[in-house]
Structure formats: C-alpha cells, structure tokens
Ligand binder design. Structure first.
Ligand code: 1PW
Length: 213
C-alpha cells in the first residue's frame, strides 16, 4: 500500500511471522518490512512520534541499501550479514570509525528497540481496560531501551508517550477491529516477535556484538 494509508497492525505481524526460516535464520527482507509497517503505525499516532520513528527509519534505510546493493546476497539473512561483515572486518568494535554504519551496529539498534516493542505490546495485551497506555509505554521503555539513551532523549521520549491515546483508542488505531480482536491479534503476533528477538540476541551474543558502538 501507499505510505499515506493508515495500515494495519496485521501487516506487521505477517512480516515478522515470515522472518524466521526453518533453519532459524532471520530474513532481512521481511524484518525490514515489519519495521516499515511499525513506522507507518507510529506516524499515524501523530507528529510527536515522528521524532521516535525518524531514527528508526534512517536505520531501516541504511539496511535497505545493503539489501539492494552489490553485496545483497550477503545481506539476505541476519546470519549471513554477521558472517560476512565480521569475516571482512567491516564492523567497528571499539569506536565508530571506518565503518560507522555497519549492518551489525545498525540492526543492533533496531533489535534493542524491538525489545521495547515486545514489552510494550505484551503490557498492552495483558493490561486492564482502564490502564494508561502512556504508563505501559513508559514502563516498557524504562525496562529496555532507556538504558541505551542519554538523558535528553529519555526526556523527549517520555514526554512523547504522554500523548498516547487511551488503551482502547490505541487498540482501535491498530486497525484490526475492536479492542478484543486487537488483543487476540497481539497474542498471535507476540510469539513471532519474541522468536525474532531471541534468535537475534543469541546470534549477537555468540559473536560478541551486543555492545557495538
Ligand atoms: C509505541 C512503541 C513503539 C516502539 C517503536 C520503537 C522505535 C524506537 C526508536 C527510539 C528512538 C529515539 C531517538 C533516537 C535515538 C538514537 O540515538 C538511538 N536509536 C535507537 C533506535 O535507539 C541509537 O542510535 P545511534 O545514535 O547509536 O545511531
């Protein structure tokens, strides 16, 4: 669809579902499509969220360039990307220098944000009807992504969360029907997001890439 269409959370689910192969490889194409869908959704929440989505979008674009570039075969899966970049010394491990935008460090930022998303959606799914979306969002952020952000970003992000609509209105914006349908969709989607997150975390841990600058 077009970028101006509201989009449905279901597209995001389908993309993340299609990420993991039988060999437990993570396909970058669907991974980035899932992210694109998320960004579209974030933007539909209002201008205040474009601050949050802008950096993620820049990172998606870096990855899309790799995936359509001369070395696209190496960037088919997360596993082949790590193998390729590590073997060819394309990853800065101490400070950003020769390879400031390696695929490995770029995906690591998206990966950390995915943990936030996972906690947020899980909180939303299991919350009571009168819960505050902003509180769920703040708690999940503080439990995950916040530790990687400097004070000023934490402040701006937390301020943006206050603009989130009520729980039920938020579930409606997901465009999958009423709140009950949205909660059911989340229950279906979360295991897939968890699985992508878990495989990535394990892969990065094996290669000692979890602290890339
Ligand atoms: C409603 C729940 C939505 C979850 C969507 C996740 C999007 C998260 C993006 C947060 C971005 C905040 C501003 C940017 C900070 C960057 O410095 C930071 N990027 C991320 C994605 O955390 C680190 O990237 P950098 O500076 O090392 O290139």
């Amino acid at each position: 669809g077009q970028d101006s269409e509201p989009g449905s959370a279901r597209e995001v689910l389908v993309a993340f579902e299609g990420c993991v192969t039988e060999q437990r490889d993570v396909l970058l194409g669907p991974y980035l499509r899932g992210w694109r869908g998320l960004i579209r959704f974030l933007n539909s929440l209002g201008a205040i969220f474009s601050f949050v989505s802008k950096d993620a979008l820049a990172k998606i674009q870096i990855m899309e360039r790799y995936c359509s570039g001369a070395r696209r075969d190496e960037y088919r899966t997360l596993q082949s990307m790590v193998r390729y970049e590590v073997a060819h010394g394309l990853v800065d491990t101490q400070r950003r220098a020769e390879h400031p935008d390696s695929g490995c460090r770029t995906v690591l930022r998206l990966h950390r944000a995915l943990r936030w998303l996972q906690l947020f959606l899980e909180g939303l799914r299991t919350s009571r009807e009168d819960s505050k979306t902003s509180a769920i969002c703040t708690d999940s952020y503080n439990a995950s992504l916040a530790r990687y952000h400097p004070w000023v970003i934490r402040k701006v992000a937390t301020a943006a969360f206050c603009a989130l609509p009520s729980r039920n209105a938020f579930l409606e914006t997901m465009n999958v029907g009423g709140p009950d349908e949205a909660v059911a969709m989340l229950a279906e989607a979360l295991p897939h997001i968890c699985s992508v997150y878990g495989i990535t975390e394990e892969l990065y841990a094996q290669h000692e890439l979890l602290d890339l600058p």
